[in-house]
Design a protein around this ligand. Structure first.
Ligand code: ATP
Ligand code: MG
Length: 234
């Protein structure tokens, strides 16, 4: 994908993102890391067009992030699953396809089952979210985000509410999506996943991209901030 960020500044009370610039081309899985409060989720939401920055522009694959066509072509997975509790995993997907994309019932069901199967959930499809594990619910959220056939899938710490075993299960499922030809932009605190899956890494510190590069930069941090961060997460 191609990402161009220019003069991106965003504030709530104080500056959360402080005059970011970025020009990347040809990467397919961008991992965003950094301590809590460094601005990762804010940057991800702005890249996904969910939030509008106070200042600056974000262009992805030649489209501005606030363009409605761009927004139709992305999927977003939040920290904890956002499935409708009263619907089955299958219905959680078909309702989105039918109501927001105008897809007919039969095609919606076929697409939903295809994506649930991709995430290893074909045998769980008729259960409601509270009858499956946290990892399965999160995988269903990923299946739902994929069902609209997005060009880019955004994931904001999809495993932060899960124990290590479920975390592993969800992240392995994500790794298997590599062959789909989609692009990924994700926030995670699981460094081994960044090393396995990302082809580019952004390290955020106090609202700026303090260090960036291919994942091998994690073994050889240049800044003290990333050095300290790596010592903490190890
Ligand atoms: N909607 C909001 N209103 C006010 N302040 C906010 C809002 N969202 C985020 N912030 C503040 O912006 C800063 C960056 O938040 P952000 O959620 O982007 O950080 P993060 O790196 O994703 O942190 P975490 O690892 O804890 O998820 C924090 O200081 C946070 O308190
Ligand atoms: Mg966050």
């Amino acid at each position: 994908m191609n990402i161009k960020i220019k003069n991106l500044t965003h504030a709530y009370d104080v500056n959360v993102l402080d005059d970011l610039h970025l020009d990347l081309d040809g990467y397919h899985a961008i991992g965003i890391i950094g301590i809590s409060g460094s601005g990762k989720s804010t940057l991800l939401r702005i890249l996904a067009g969910i939030e509008k920055p106070n200042q600056g522009t974000v262009e992805i694959n030649g489209q501005f992030a606030d363009d409605k066509h761009y927004k139709q072509n992305i999927g977003f997975v939040f920290q904890s699953h956002t499935l409708f509790p009263h619907l089955t995993l299958l219905e959680n997907i078909t309702i989105v396809l039918e109501k927001t994309r105008g897809i007919d019932k039969q095609t919606a069901k076929k697409t939903a089952i295809e994506n649930l199967t991709r995430l290893g959930l074909d045998d769980q499809k008729d259960k409601r979210p509270n009858k499956v594990s946290g990892g399965q619910a999160q995988r269903a959220s990923i299946a739902r985000a994929l069902s609209v056939n997005p060009d880019i899938l955004f994931l904001d710490e999809p495993t932060s509410s899960l124990d290590p075993i479920l975390t592993d299960e969800v992240l392995s499922s994500v790794e298997k999506l590599k062959g789909l030809g989609k692009d990924f932009i994700f926030v995670t605190h699981v460094i081994s996943f960044v090393k396995d899956f990302a082809d580019y890494v952004l390290y955020m510190d106090q609202g700026v991209i303090a260090e960036q590069g291919t994942p091998d930069m994690l073994d050889n941090p240049k800044t003290d901030a990333l050095k300290n961060f790596m010592n903490k997460v190890r």
